[in-house]
Write a protein that binds this ligand. Structure first.
Ligand SMILES: NC(=O)c1ccc[n+]([C@@H]2O[C@H](COP(=O)([O-])OP(=O)(O)OC[C@H]3O[C@@H](n4cnc5c(N)ncnc54)[C@H](O)[C@@H]3O)[C@@H](O)[C@H]2O)c1
Ligand SMILES: [Zn+2]
Length: 719
């Protein structure tokens, strides 16, 4: 919504002012109505529909209009009032002393602190040469102001601020807050003592509460402040008791005797009496020290277990406070110096899709740039399809964006009433926006992925690194760095391109010669020669390794082996549909769908065909019948440790896999056998402590069906 004074450059100044004056009454009534409604949602319902920054912006616009056109100011203006009305069902309590608001300084810089100090000095009629003023600096808790009344040391009543004059009786609820003393030593306190402070909820309790609410199908709270307010203002105190609330004292209400002569003295007395008082507070002199406190607390803000939205400065001397007095709804001796908001409103201009290195499609909201959390934000992740559906965020929507600390910006919710006409729900694309391959939804992980793993440029580097890995195609000398270079230099786009690399291309000067840190040549001649040789060697592989190397999602080594043994040929595997695939040992719905989608994607089939055409080959596989599975080994989990006398670690692993067993890297309760060789270390100790059976190589070979005296046989599928 544009402000009223935005046209100043466009019209002449006078014309603009006349126009503004004409428009002012309507705009002021509009702002009053909006603030009225937002105030009701916030103070009475504990469910704001817009972030505080938006409320503050409109509030300040109204204040400014009222300053310019005092005659137009409504006697019922929201700028004159404190808080909201008493919620139905609560007993009303009239405060002995009104509970007011605090003037908010919205200039987040050091100038905000200076402006406050200047006002105080002016109001006190001080000269420049007079001593600096002493202030008490405190945290501005973001919760609900509450008044606790003690008579003869006993907590007799507790009330919310309400409209400042009349609050809600929440005595029974407050009694459930464990850190609030129910009884004080009557000898050491005035007969009447009212302690004021903030009821708040810690961030982790807030998150846990929202999780529980979500599971129970109940409404969630927008932020800890609203959760604290909603939890305290419960007609049933049992509900309050279940919510972990905290209380921090920061002021007095009515007292039959003074407690101290300064604000800091009051807080010390309250702390001594057993009230929780925040440790982060300080007595300082002059405006620079105020700004320092403001900056220091901002640094430490994230280390606090609860949210604050700024700090509060108070003239420390109670005598001076008395002299300064009040204006409308605010004391002149205090000021809230806020921090840049962590939540703000903006609009969604588009929803883009990013494709990650593993092929995951992530919807990202492109936002009209907005200042939030101290930076300008123009992107916010929407995580996945379900998350977008849950928020029902659409292009054109006005949304609440949050950026707290270093956490990546997120869209919290949509402001439903500001949705323009003609929007439609977001749909995940059916093809990858990077490569055009079909996408598949992974029900288990609730995400959507590009199936063009062998072809998709977004996944190129990772898929080639995986293809070359030791237990995949086992291409020596093709590590991550070289893959990076090959892709960046444009030599390789798919794994098939690896086999057409030439010595000349590998040793040519790099494209990016300007960057002096980069080597001038792609590779040395010797390294290039070695790489070409290992590529040649790697062409002779096994069917199982080849399947594993393709990097189809959810297909690990064991599954690749099962697929190889079940289908025997590439043609048979490519032709298999999900129904045929679930018949394979250890293959469930999710894997079957992933494999089917992978081989159905023409881009992948092209690359596979090129690989075969380039000479990648493997010995024919004897299709394994169920009956061939070794019963002693199949389905069992083995962990290998130490050096075995005959088999290498890889050979042992292949043999176990071929017999239908599993091999894991670490010992747990799920381990069936630990195969220990010489110099077995911590895994052996762990096995013993967990009572896992430990065997030696001879026992393993026996289980695998070998003649104990025979030389170990090469395995079926892998070598
Ligand atoms: N999002 C919305 O729709 C919406 C609607 C209404 C109000 N609001 C928000 O509510 C706030 C205005 O409400 P307000 O009038 O309660 O003012 P306020 O909360 O900004 O300041 C006054 C309050 O500060 C609290 N406080 C915290 N620490 C304190 C300390 N150390 N010493 C003294 N007081 C301390 C007290 O509860 C006091 O009542 C604004 O932040 C506004 O954005 C938001
Ligand atoms: Zn893709």
């Amino acid at each position: 919504m544009p402000g009223l004074f935005d046209d100043d450059d466009f019209f002449g100044r006078e014309a603009a002012e006349a126009l503004a004056r004409d428009r002012a009454p309507a705009r002021m009534r509009e702002l009053e109505a909006l603030l009225e409604r937002y105030g009701y949602e916030y103070y009475v319902l504990d469910a704001p529909s817009v972030p505080d920054s938006e409320y503050d912006r409109l509030f300040n616009e109204l204040v400014e209009l009222e300053r310019r056109y005092p005659a137009l100011k409504s006697p019922a203006s929201p700028t004159l009032r404190v808080g909201g009305a008493v919620k139905a069902g609560f007993r009303k309590v009239t405060h002995a002393l009104p509970m007011l608001s605090i003037h908010t300084e919205t200039d987040f810089s050091a100038a905000g602190a200076a402006a406050f100090d200047e006002r105080v000095r002016r109001d006190l009629g001080l000269e420049e040469t007079d001593e600096p003023i002493v202030y008490d600096c405190e945290l501005k808790f973001d919760g609900l102001a509450t008044n606790l009344r003690y008579e003869k040391g006993v907590l007799v009543a507790a009330a919310t601020r309400g409209d400042g004059t009349v609050g809600e009786d929440v005595t029974a609820n407050v009694r459930t807050i464990r850190t609030i003393p129910l009884r004080l030593d009557p000898e050491s306190v005035p007969e009447v003592l009212e302690v004021r402070g903030e009821v708040i909820m810690h961030r982790d309790d807030f998150e846990a509460l929202n999780r529980r609410q979500l599971e129970a199908g109940e409404k969630t709270f927008a932020n800890p402040r609203n959760a604290a307010a909603g939890s305290l203002r419960q007609l049933d105190p049992k509900v309050t008791a279940e919510r972990r609330l905290h209380f921090y004292a920061y002021a007095l209400g009515e007292t039959s005797e003074p407690l101290a002569e300064t604000q800091s003295g009051v807080l010390e007395r309250l702390a001594a009496l057993g009230f929780p008082v925040a440790a982060m507070r300080r007595v300082v002199r002059g405006p620079e020290a105020l700004a320092e406190f403001h900056a220091e607390v901002l640094e430490k803000r994230r280390t606090l277990p609860f949210d604050i939205d700024g700090v509060v400065y108070k003239v420390d001397s109670l005598a001076l406070q008395q002299q300064l007095g009040f204006v409308a709804r605010e004391p002149r001796w205090a000021c809230a110096h806020k921090y840049p908001p962590e939540e703000a409103l903006t609009t969604v201009e588009a929803i883009d899709i990013q494709v990650g290195r593993t092929g995951k499609l992530t919807p990202v909201a492109k936002l009209k740039p907005v200042y939030v959390g101290g930076v300008t934000v123009s992107n916010a992740t929407l995580h996945n399809e379900d998350h977008v559906a849950e928020l029902d965020v659409r292009v054109g929507d006005t949304v609440v964006v949050r950026r707290a600390g270093d956490v990546i910006p997120e869209v919290l919710r949509v402001v439903a009433e500001r949705r323009p006409e003609g929007t439609s729900p977001f749909r995940m694309p059916e093809v990858c926006p990077v490569c055009g391959s079909a996408v598949i939804r992974d029900e288990e992980e609730k995400d959507t992925r590009c199936t063009g793993g062998l072809y998709c440029p977004a996944q190129m580097k990772l898929s080639i690194v995986h293809f070359a890995a030791r237990r995949a195609m086992g291409i020596d000398g093709l590590g991550e760095k070289i893959v990076e270079m090959l892709v960046d230099e444009g030599l390789v786009k798919t794994p098939a391109d690896l086999f057409s690399l030439t010595h000349e291309a590998l040793t040519a000067p790099t494209n990016a010669t300007k960057d002096e840190k980069k080597p001038q040549k792609r590779m040395g001649p010797k390294a290039a020669q070695n790489l070409l040789e290992s590529l040649e060697k790697a062409k002779h592989t096994t069917f199982a390794r080849f399947i594993f190397a393709l990097g189809c999602r959810h297909v690990g080594e064991a599954t690749a082996l099962n697929l190889a043994m079940h289908f025997g040929t590439l043609a048979a595997l490519e032709a298999a549909d999900a129904e045929a695939l679930v018949r394979v040992e250890d293959v469930g719905e999710v894997i079957a769908q992933s494999v089917e989608a992978f081989f159905r994607e023409p881009h992948n089939r092209d690359v596979i065909a090129s690989l075969v055409a380039a000479g990648v080959n493997w010995p024919a596989v004897e299709v394994r019948a169920q009956a061939d599975l070794n019963e002693a080994v199949a389905g069992k989990t083995f962990v290998l440790t130490g050096t075995l006398p005959n088999l290498t670690r890889d050979e042992a692993k292949d043999r176990i896999l071929a017999a239908g067993g599993r091999v894991s890297g670490s010992v747990s309760k799920k381990t069936d056998y630990v195969v220990a060789g010489s110099e077995a270390g911590s895994k052996l100790a762990k096995a013993e402590s967990l009572g896992v059976k430990v065997i030696d190589e001879a026992a393993l070979l026996l289980m695998l069906g070998d003649d104990p005296n025979a030389v170990p046989q090469p395995s079926l599928g892998l070598e």
